[in-house]
Design a binder for this molecule. Structure first.
Ligand code: UDX
Length: 427
């Protein structure tokens, strides 16, 4: 099939390369010319396992290319997949600017398009958005009606950063919201890989995506609440979490207590869902508590640092890990960045090290902190070490270069604790 993918973030680009690898003809569209040029040179603009190899093979095989010219891409496409961002507004509400922009541009392009277009809308949006915003704007700007010239289905993605290719190639389910079945059938044809397919209406599909993320975030905040309680009575909550994980109704995943969740999805999606619920006259007490618990983990971590090392003012503090999780260079909503902000507000001198996220951290924090090229450089003469991201290389560390070997572990990652004054945030 001839496919165009609008938006080349980690969802759009991963969707594009995995479809191009299946020998579909895929054109990526983005407003960012620099990004478009990098894709055409087979240089991946984001850090994702397997993405460099897949990008190289599909660009060389000419099944994948990129352009800023959405109109032409739409003229030639049979399927258009929309993967634009839906960030948070300052009040936590969802920002639909990019969704409306994409709908307008696709609508404009549809005016002159000959032939039918199946549209697969993938952005995470609150219930009602596909129908009342995306489809309505598309119809207004194209002057065309669904079924005659185009069809829309809504199909959210469940990709985890750092393992997005794996999740795209082996999803646990395919969720499709649709009114008519034309786009839905075309999307099933190109994307289904034998996993269960849930076909439903637009709003149910939109809420399934939020519910999926909200439940995972709730598990993490539950693990943190359990961890905070267990620590206050001298119990290691990991032993408790491991044990309850044997209950198939609970499961072992997403029960790792610590600094809490960050990333470009959980924080924004839970905030958007809370704001959406309130707009619909419902007070989501549990989800509000999930966010509050998550935020409090940052304060608890720095409070523990002060308890262990006294006043932080003027002290060199080594921060190991700034990415929101291991396996990515992404620092969006990273708890580590929030920890650094709090340390700086208390007058600490921060030196940070991260295997992949130093460049993105420099863009965010500039010369407010020092940056180390290695763990040892970061630890040199430090009076305190805070572990903030669960990178595997933080499992075994030589702390001999520190002035005071005080280590607080926010991610339960350090395995060798002899010869240091060690404390875990939740254990
Ligand atoms: C998440 C969802 O998993 C994915 O399905 C959705 O499409 C996008 O959002 P992602 O944000 O990439 O994916 O990361 P994920 O691996 O889910 O971790 C999210 C955060 O939770 C990270 O900060 C991680 O460190 C934290 N986490 C995860 C915990 O604190 N404890 C856990 O047990 C698991």
């Amino acid at each position: 099939m001839k496919i165009c993918v609008v938006g080349t973030g980690y969802v759009g680009l991963v969707t594009a390369v995995t479809l191009a690898a299946k020998r579909h003809e895929v054109v990526c569209v983005d407003i960012d010319k620099e990004k478009v040029d990098r894709i055409n040179r087979a240089e991946t603009p984001i850090f994702e396992e397997q993405l460099p190899e897949l990008l190289k093979s599909t660009v060389n095989a000419k099944t994948l290319s990129a352009t800023t010219d959405l109109k032409t891409a739409i003229q030639n496409a049979e399927i258009c997949i929309v993967c634009v961002g839906t960030p948070s507004l300052p009040n936590g509400d969802i920002d639909l600017t990019q969704v409306e922009g994409a709908a307008k541009q696709i609508g404009e392009a549809l005016k002159e398009k000959k032939g039918f277009l199946s549209i697969v809308f993938r952005s995470t949006v609150t219930p009602g958005t596909t129908e009342n915003i995306f489809s309505a704007v598309l119809q207004a700007f194209s002057g065309k009606k669904p079924r005659e010239h185009f069809s829309i289905c809504y199909s959210p993605e469940f990709l985890r950063e750092g393992r997005a290719i794996k999740d795209a190639l082996a999803p646990d389910k395919l969720v499709i919201g649709r009114e008519d079945t034309i786009a839905a059938n075309n999307w099933k044809m190109v994307s289904s890989v034998g996993c269960p397919i849930i076909e439903t209406d637009f709003k149910t599909a939109e809420l399934i995506k939020y519910a999926n993320n909200a439940f995972l975030a709730t598990k993490i905040s539950f693990a943190n609440e359990l961890g905070n309680l267990a620590k206050s009575i001298g119990i290691n909550s990991y032993a408790v979490a491991d044990a309850i994980g044997f209950d198939p109704r609970i499961g072992k995943q997403y029960l790792r207590a610590g600094l809490g969740f960050g990333g470009s999805c959980f924080p924004k999606d839970i905030k958007a869902l809370v704001a959406f619920a309130k707009k619909n006259n419902y007070e989501p007490k549990i989800l509000s508590a999930v966010l509050k618990t998550n935020d409090s983990q940052v304060e608890r971590f720095v409070h523990l640092a002060e308890k262990k090392a006294g006043s932080l003012s003027g002290k060199k503090i080594a921060v190991l890990g700034t990415a929101f999780k291991e396996g990515t260079d992404d620092i969006r909503e990273s708890q580590a960045i929030k920890v650094i902000g709090l340390l700086l507000s208390k007058g600490a001198k921060v030196c940070a090290y991260d295997p992949k996220a130093i460049e993105s951290t420099k863009k965010e924090l500039g010369n407010k902190i020092e940056y180390a090229g290695s763990i040892q450089d970061c630890l040199k003469d430090a009076e305190l070490c805070l572990i903030c991201t669960e990178w595997p290389e933080f499992r075994i560390i030589d702390f001999s270069g520190m002035k005071n070997k005080v280590v607080i572990d926010g991610k339960h990652i350090l395995e060798k604790k002899n010869g240091i004054d060690y404390e875990g945030l939740c254990w």
